[in-house]
Design a protein around this ligand. Structure first.
Ligand code: PMP
Length: 388
């Protein structure tokens, strides 16, 4: 057995979801939305399943989807991608694995920010990379260019970045992206930028792709996910975009991971990217209302929240809420005593964790959010009385 996997505990998402099921708790832990995505996209998938080929599609994706991704990013992010620079994958998860396997040579150092999306560290290590971690902290999760430079070593070849960032719900501004771009250019570092949350952004913000920054066009792998864009997280259709010399190596890694992705889902996503842009905007406005509903409800029962600019998540700050136990203990307690499941933010750190934040998913119908708040409102005063 490979020790990286053999020694790995079950992910906190699975563990919390299992406990939520067993306890009959409302699951605001794992990040999947209520709802079933755009009708037109599901109908297109059903049509393609019945009327188009179900045999191996082209390895890098059907031409219609590669073109649709390039068109979408041209119109929404002013990127000038050729469809040949887009490789379709089975979700962003496969894109991450393919990119890391393709670009890491044994012993290469990979810079990453904590909090870390849970797949990053095992994938980097399994690919033979050496992680170099830079710690971000609430409430602003600000990037310090000096910390990045200090973490880099002589063998730093890659930076793996997630923007907008899960679990914090924060987004990097243009100044921070410019500092990262300068660093990558000066140190000749390639960036893998996981931008799966690019369309789930709030308050009128516009996502800026790292690839658009000076010097980054030919040294960035941009990763996207249809599951996030259409709120269809089970679909597992994603892509990676990169200049031809990088894309050709990425394609070789993808070739022996999954080779292809179900063709009917590819046709449906291509159609959705062309025709469902209003749906995507309306959905993000709906998530913004859900964020405000959950934040308002939590604040009203004395749970202080950290601002969330993107993603399906917001965090409660236990310290500012007057709760004296840590995030893991709080999540354990609210499952048992309130019947609500959430995720401790410390689970996203590999070292020196932040222990006073708890992540809640707000991509749920109003009634579910309201019931979760009501349950917490009944239970939490007892916790504050005993632990405070
Ligand atoms: N990266 C990040 C930061 C994510 O939050 C997620 C999904 N939660 C993924 C990648 C995985 O995306 P997909 O479902 O398309 O594989």
């Amino acid at each position: 057995m490979n020790p990286i996997y053999a020694a790995m505990p079950t992910t906190v998402f699975e563990a919390m979801s299992a406990r939520a099921r067993a306890a009959g708790a409302i699951n605001l832990g794992q990040g999947f939305p209520d709802g079933n995505g755009p009708d037109a996209v599901r109908a297109a998938a059903a049509r393609a399943l019945d009327h188009r080929s179900n045999q191996y599609p082209p390895m890098a994706g059907i031409p219609e989807l590669r073109q649709a991704v390039a068109d979408f990013y041209r119109d929404t992010q002013q990127l000038d991608l050729d469809p040949g620079e887009v490789i379709v994958t089975s979700g962003a998860t496969e894109a991450l694995a393919a990119a890391l396997l393709a670009l890491i040579a044994p012993g290469d150092e990979v810079l990453m920010y904590q909090p870390l999306y849970d797949a990053y560290l095992p994938l980097v290590r399994r690919a033979g990379g050496v992680a170099r971690l830079v710690r971000l902290t609430p409430p602003d999760w600000r990037i310090d260019p000096a910390a990045l430079a200090a973490a880099a070593g002589p063998r730093t070849r890659l930076l793996l970045l997630n923007n907008p960032l899960n679990p914090s719900g924060s987004m990097l501004g243009t100044d921070a992206l410019a500092a990262i771009a300068r660093f990558c250019v000066e140190r000749d570092v390639v960036a893998i930028c996981d931008e799966v949350w690019e369309q789930v952004v709030f308050d009128g913000a516009v996502h800026v792709p790292l690839m658009a920054l000076p010097g980054m066009r030919d040294r960035t792998v941009k990763i996207g996910s249809a599951g996030k864009m259409f709120a269809l997280t089970g679909w597992k259709v994603g892509w990676m975009c990169a200049a031809p010399p990088i894309a050709s190596v990425l394609a070789k890694a993808h070739q022996f991971l999954t080779f292809t992705t179900p063709p009917n889902l590819q046709y449906a996503v291509a159609e959705g990217l062309a025709t469902q842009r209003d749906w995507i905007s309306a959905q993000s406005a709906a998530f913004e209302r859900s964020r405000d509903r959950l934040a308002g409800g939590l604040n009203a029962i004395g749970l202080a929240t950290v601002p969330s600019a993107a993603t399906y998540f917001l965090s409660v700050d236990l310290e500012r809420s007057g709760i004296a136990i840590d995030d893991v203990a709080f999540c354990d307690w609210i499952i048992d005593h309130a019947g609500v499941a959430a995720i401790p933010i410390s689970a996203f750190y590999s070292e020196d964790p932040v222990r006073h934040l708890v992540r809640f998913c707000f991509a749920k119908v109003d009634a579910t959010l309201d019931e979760a708040v009501a349950r917490l409102g009944r239970a939490v005063p007892a916790l504050k009385a005993t632990a405070g």
